[in-house]
Design a protein around this ligand. Structure first.
Ligand SMILES: Cc1ncc(COP(=O)(O)O)c(C=O)c1O
Length: 395
């Protein structure tokens, strides 16, 4: 039994529940840079758990840009954007992102999470409706909770379900359909052409959270909208600077009027200090890399195909993944955690994920492949996964 004598005992029984269900984890501590091989809790392991798709966290151009900007501007911006926290680098990054995403404008936030919350919380009113895919990311769910607009959920990627909700909500002033571009736990892609066609037919607008597609899908990593040739037909595109871009931050790309509105109304923008200048400069350098070295995106996809095919050949269930996010679905949470532990003993770091992050009975390892892995490293990891999977009777 967890014990506490500080008046916080009401949390102890909840912790006991997590332990009983095999869901209690301690934080793993990384002692080196985020690379394909790194140090976790003092042990050198192959990294299959990061969102550093292109290996940009340690790219020399990003590091150099970050150091130079830090030397010029200092380590922090010192204020929220609307007071004294907008530096020339913030505006330069926003111009670059708008050009990159083929939109009129963009606005950066401190994270992808705050970008989703800031938009969803602010733009709609009681007379509107938000229509959301059942498996959307937690930051979309929280943004919807903070909005005054009523919400309707459609089953995951179910276009009949979406059409039904669009028909039911014809009287609303504005209908906003919101979806992840790439779903973060399964790696499947939203059916954007169908979503956009339905939205246009019923006069709705569309918002996409492209956290896992920026730098991964589309020309030079422009994202899901560009991947499907839908530039100009999706009104709100959210991106993160924390995954393939390698640093931290989020952004909204869309019309100038959207940017202007968010500057006045998005609460994380108004009430939380802006991104540090060194971070912003490294994001600008990341866009240079995407434009000048697109071959790293090809390498990411080569590695992804190699790894996925081998896992499938071994008999693992990788679900419906279409992207580098590759789940190894094992069922019960304790089994996923045991598999993760066995892999760690064998020098491979792949975190187990269970309920409530994924549905009950769908616990998994969430493996992530990057452009920086060598095929030898991936093969070593595959051998360890196969051996551990056999020991646990998964394959
Ligand atoms: C689909 C999705 N949206 C948004 C986010 C939040 O992005 P960030 O880590 O930049 O806050 C994540 C990251 O976990 C994500 O997977």
């Amino acid at each position: 039994m967890a014990q506490t004598g500080t008046g916080m005992g009401f949390l102890a029984s909840e912790i006991d529940q997590l332990k009983a269900h095999g869901l209690h984890r301690s934080l793993r501590v990384i002692g080196s840079a985020n690379k394909p091989v790194f140090t976790v809790d003092g042990k050198e392991v192959i990294n299959l758990s990061s969102n550093n798709y292109l290996g940009l966290t340690t790219h020399p151009k990003l590091i150099e840009a970050s150091v130079k900007a830090t030397q010029w501007y200092g380590v922090g911006s010192g204020a929220v954007r609307t007071i004294a926290g907008t530096m020339t680098v913030h505006e330069e990054l926003e111009r670059r992102l708008a050009t990159f995403k083929h939109t009129e404008a963009s606005l950066t936030f401190q994270s992808g999470f705050t970008a989703n919350v800031g938009v969803l919380q602010s733009i709609l009113k009681e007379e509107d409706v938000i229509i959301s895919d059942q498996l959307n990311h937690a930051s979309i769910i929280d943004g919807i909770r903070l909005s005054r607009a009523p919400r309707k959920i459609f089953p995951h990627k179910d276009m009949d379900g979406l059409e039904k909700v669009l028909k039911e909500s014809q009287d609303a002033r504005v209908r906003l359909v919101v979806t992840d571009g790439v779903f973060s736990m399964d790696g499947d892609i939203a059916p954007m052409p169908d979503i956009v066609n339905l939205a246009e037919r019923y006069g709705a607008i569309v918002m996409i959270d492209d956290a896992h597609a920026s730098g991964v899908l589309g020309k030079n990593g422009r994202g899901t909208v560009n991947h499907y040739g839908l530039d100009g037909r999706v009104q709100i595109q959210i991106g993160t600077l924390s995954k393939a871009i390698g640093a931290v931050g989020g952004y909204v790309a869309g019309d100038e009027v959207l940017r202007d509105f968010l500057i006045h109304m998005a609460r994380p923008f108004l009430f939380s200090t802006s991104q540090p200048p060194g971070v912003v400069a490294s994001c600008i350098a990341a866009l240079d890399v995407l434009e000048q070295e697109p071959e790293i995106i090809d390498k990411l996809w080569d590695n992804t195909r190699f790894f996925k095919q081998k896992l499938t050949d071994l008999g693992f269930n990788t679900g419906h993944s279409e992207t580098p996010i590759t789940p190894v679905i094992v069922g019960e949470a304790h089994k996923a955690m045991e598999l993760s532990d066995k892999l760690f003993e064998r020098g491979v770091f792949a975190q187990g994920i269970g309920y409530p992050t994924v549905a009950q009975g769908q616990a998994r390892l969430r493996t992530m492949i990057s452009a920086a892995h060598t095929q030898e490293q991936l093969q070593t990891a595959l051998d360890a996964i196969a051996e551990s999977g056999r020991e646990l009777g998964i394959i």
